[in-house]
Design a protein around this ligand. Sequence first.
Ligand SMILES: CC(C)(COP(=O)(O)OP(=O)(O)OC[C@H]1O[C@@H](n2cnc3c(N)ncnc32)[C@H](O)[C@@H]1OP(=O)(O)O)[C@@H](O)C(=O)NCCC(=O)NCCS
Length: 155
Amino acid sequence: MDNQPITFQFISEPTDVNFGGNVHGGSVMKWIDQVGYACASNWSSSYCVTVYVGGIRFYQPIKIGEIVKLESRVIYTGSTSMHIAIDVYSRNIKEKIFEKKTHCIIVFVAVDENGKSVQVPKWIPTSEQEIQMQEYAIKLMNLRRDIEDEMKPFL
Ligand SMILES: CC(C)(COP(=O)(O)OP(=O)(O)OC[C@H]1O[C@@H](n2cnc3c(N)ncnc32)[C@H](O)[C@@H]1OP(=O)(O)O)[C@@H](O)C(=O)NCCC(=O)NCCS
């Protein structure tokens, strides 16, 4: 199956501002969820819900009025879940080179009309980079399992 990245590009707007004058982290998280949803639904041809959001690292602020680019791709599929890697870039409109601003992994699950999880097509990595990305997703999944008890809500 086709695993072309799903890409969004747009200009960050004044309504995306935070109290410091740059783009609000909440706006970036919303875009990440949207592009991840588009990627997961495209892969599974199904409605999907977010089940897990990995650590999001904001490397540098995104400024208002910059061109923002989000790239998302499947890097691992389980039985009903899809692990989607998302990179966020931005650039000043007058400059040509995008800088990476954020990266994260989101896990989506395909669900039917009753909200019950359903099987997804298997993703098989082909290139060396895809194999490494799949190994990375499996490593993170195992790490999460190891710390799951520690991460349980306090109350
Ligand atoms: C998604 C949902 C239907 C799954 O329910 P379920 O089928 O009973 O859950 P399961 O425990 O069987 O897990 C389903 C898949 O999610 C994966 N999953 C569950 N918890 C996970 C976690 N913490 N991290 C990564 N994957 C996880 C499981 O590994 C499984 O994947 P697999 O089938 O590929 O092996 C249910 O959890 C749900 O409705 N959650 C709310 C989703 C939502 O509203 N999202 C928006 C949040 S604002």
